[in-house]
Design a protein. Sequence first.
Length: 345
Amino acid sequence: MPQKLTVACAQVRTQDNREATLKVLKEVAIAAAKKDVSILLFPEAFLGGYPRLCSFGAVIGQRHPRGYDQFHAYLKEAIDLGDTAIGEGEAWLNRELPVNEQTGRRGDGTREFIEDVAKSTGVFLVVGCVERVGGSMYCAAVLVDPGKGIVGKRRKLQPTGMERLVWSQGRASNLKAVAVTIKGIRVVIGCAICWENFMPLLRYSLYAQGVNLYLAPTADARSTWEPLLRTIAGEGRCWVVSCNQAVKTKDLPDWVTGVEGQEKAKVGSEGKTEEWASRGGSCIVDPMGGTVTGPVWEEEDTILATDIDFDECDRTKFDFDATGHYARLDSFELNVEGLDLLPPP
């Protein structure tokens, strides 16, 4: 039986507010379903937004009052999924935590909205989001099965650079891979967010769980990003899908540009131009490290879809298996706090 599915990434940007962004999410999922897409990846921080170019009024030893206002504006756009700061894992996934008596749920309803979109479209969704718990935020990704609802949630372990001002650290235990069966095909999904992909041990923890679909939502719009993805695909002998937002500077939130816009425009970055705050660069890579779709630059609303054959993951392990015959398991061992590296059943 052919082991082929259509997998896609949505190079779409965060809108001016949460409601508008959720509307886009639904519209894109409907469009993807019409293309017979089975699995659809959204960019890092799609819900809540990536605060690109925002300094939050901070320098070492001082914080300007405007930074508090920017943080507050950002916090209000983050989504509340009803989890706790420590992360309740299976108890949260299985809805075992107490609910609000008035609403009958935990959180702000975003979880239920995304689950309804997956159910109504029949598309397995992986959505980058900024998750709020009280006064703290996490860069997260939720994996949403059309029949079961959310079956996995990741919080970024190590925010990068200035992200550490506003994003808290996730736990290694949520690096757990998710196994699903779609159209009779077993897919083992792992997710590493943005520069987590530069962490060799983190990557290996996903390979060790038998991942054959490796998802890399990102905010990195540099030309050096694609070579990293090609390395990961060849290293893990897995399909790699990466998704980034293409965002024009004029479309950044007012709370980012309104106070410091002229100052920030002078900050240089390869992934940024005068017009574009982020140029995108979404792409799909095969298990031998060959880019089959993308990277796509400076296109704001694009669905990149391709048919992928999961048999290629096993076929290409003939000469290299990073966690098996090429691993020298008698000499090297990886242990991850709170995470069992056995492949999911």
